[in-house]
Design a protein around this ligand. Structure first.
Ligand code: HEC
Ligand code: HEC
Ligand code: HEC
Length: 90
């Protein structure tokens, strides 16, 4: 039932495009990225997927520190400290 509700939400909000989208993505360097939450936060895929949905071209440290941290700073919400994203000690 939970899944059905989530699927319905995705269907309504994103016209079905979100079906293939992972909920949580384990990135390298001990970063756990709550992907689905971010879809809700931004309400659009193109905030991050500028060239279409899927792998992000040039994704890595520079991209992440610019876009991920950049948005957290701009919105004054979300982690900006290293340890907020990198759970190196866990
Ligand atoms: C806040 C940023 C952000 C938003 C907004 C976002 N994504 Fe993502 N998404 C990512 C990141 C980062 C990855 C992992 C990128 C990589 O590995 O190249 C990813 C990966 C994906 C993947 C998996 C690609 C693969 O083959 O591994 C899919 C599918 C996807 N996103 C779909 C969506 C859809 C659909 C939306 C909008 C409803 C969306 N994303 C919104 C950041 C975002
Ligand atoms: C367009 C703006 C935007 C982008 C881009 C973005 N974030 Fe966020 N992120 C947010 C906001 C806003 C929050 C706070 C959500 C809340 O507190 O409700 C957040 C919260 C988080 C959290 C904390 C989640 C929690 O459970 O406390 C993590 C971790 C995070 N973001 C990682 C990332 C990573 C990694 C990327 C890039 C791949 C990224 N974010 C890109 C806006 C963004
Ligand atoms: C908003 C989240 C966020 C914050 C804050 C953040 N990082 Fe990152 N960092 C990432 C992401 C996402 C990646 C790329 C992960 C991937 O490539 O899969 C990354 C990559 C890296 C890498 C890997 C470089 C490589 O070549 O693999 C290092 C080192 C790093 N960060 C150090 C730091 C340090 C030091 C700080 C604090 C000054 C910091 N990060 C703050 C999200 C963040």
């Amino acid at each position: 039932m939970k899944h059905t509700a989530a699927a319905m939400f995705c269907l309504l909000a994103f016209a079905g495009t979100a079906f293939a989208a992972p909920e949580v993505i384990k990135l390298r360097n001990k970063v756990t990225f709550p992907h689905k939450d971010h879809m809700a936060i931004t309400g659009t895929c193109s905030a991050c997927h500028v060239d279409g949905v899927g792998k992000i071209k040039g994704f890595g440290k520079d991209w992440a520190h610019e876009h991920c941290k950049g948005c957290h700073i701009k919105m004054q919400k979300g982690p900006v400290k290293c340890s907020g994203c990198h759970k190196w000690s866990e």
